[in-house]
Design a protein around this ligand. Structure first.
Ligand SMILES: NC(=O)c1ccc[n+]([C@@H]2O[C@H](COP(=O)([O-])OP(=O)(O)OC[C@H]3O[C@@H](n4cnc5c(N)ncnc54)[C@H](OP(=O)(O)O)[C@@H]3O)[C@@H](O)[C@H]2O)c1
Length: 224
């Protein structure tokens, strides 16, 4: 049976795009929000885009969503990262938490900002403690790519974390969502991976596009 996924902050563009893709792939998905009404509304809106046999999206408040899942996915702005994780810490114990957060500074989103803990992913691990397996992923995938769940995305997702089994589980989720996932080392590498996002935003601005992404060369895709 596929693991249940809850997206904390799943009403935003990044979280709802991932939710839609995982529901299409057959996963049971919960949209989490600070507001139950908003979560229910977003789940209903996304369910309209899902064929009947795949309608497995539900909405809950963030705490209910964190309690309900086997794998949590965090998609909130960096300004809400610490507070959200502190609220959900107990409910996430023993689980995998996929951190998608990029430590952007509003109005300077095209500039790299290193938070005091080095990376949002490292801060998540420090806040949640050793019994939550934090995996960092998807920071370099623009929400613009995620909208059409039937279209594969021509980008790599760099996945890093300190638990090899958890990273493997997340690579499976990346591929289920129509992307290519690459093992990118231990969680400290989130410093570099999160920092690539402002670089991609700079490319978007300069070239007037919305969806710059990355592809790693030199890896035989059939052997990864
Ligand atoms: N958008 C992209 O293209 C993209 C790409 C890669 C990575 N990311 C990263 O993914 C994360 C989510 O991106 P997004 O564009 O989806 O963000 P967003 O729309 O600004 O926020 C996502 C959700 O976070 C919740 N939220 C907002 N302020 C909050 C607060 N003060 N406390 C708790 N929850 C709050 C809101 O949900 P409720 O109001 O329902 O609680 C909101 O819908 C960010 O860290 C971003 O850097 C985004």
């Amino acid at each position: 049976m596929l693991p249940s996924i809850s997206i904390i902050g799943g009403t935003g563009a990044e979280g709802s795009g991932l939710a839609l893709r995982w529901v299409y792939a057959g996963y049971p998905v919960t949209i989490g929000s600070r507001s139950l009404d908003k979560a229910l509304g977003k789940a209903a809106e996304l369910n309209l885009r899902v064929p009947d046999e795949k309608k497995q999206l539900v909405g809950k408040n963030n705490l209910g969503a964190a309690k309900a899942c086997q794998i949590g996915v965090l998609t909130v702005p960096y300004s809400a990262h610490r507070e959200t994780l502190l609220d959900l810490k107990e409910s996430l114990q023993g689980k995998v938490l996929v951190d998608v957060t990029v430590p952007l500074v509003p109005l300077k989103v095209a500039h790299v900002h290193l938070p005091s803990g080095g990376a949002a992913g490292l801060e998540a691990q420090e806040i949640l403690g050793p019994d939550v397996r934090v995996v960092s992923a998807f920071q370099n995938i623009s929400a613009a790519h995620l909208r059409d769940p039937e279209r594969d995305i021509d980008c790599d997702v760099l996945v890093c974390g300190n638990d090899a089994t958890a990273c493997e589980e997340v690579i499976t989720l990346v591929e289920a969502a129509g992307m290519s996932g690459l093992h990118a080392g231990s969680l400290v590498n989130a410093i570099a991976i999160e920092s690539l996002t402002p670089v991609l935003i700079s490319l978007n601005k300069h070239y007037r596009i919305k969806d710059a992404g990355i592809r790693v060369t030199g890896i035989s895709r059939s052997e990864k």
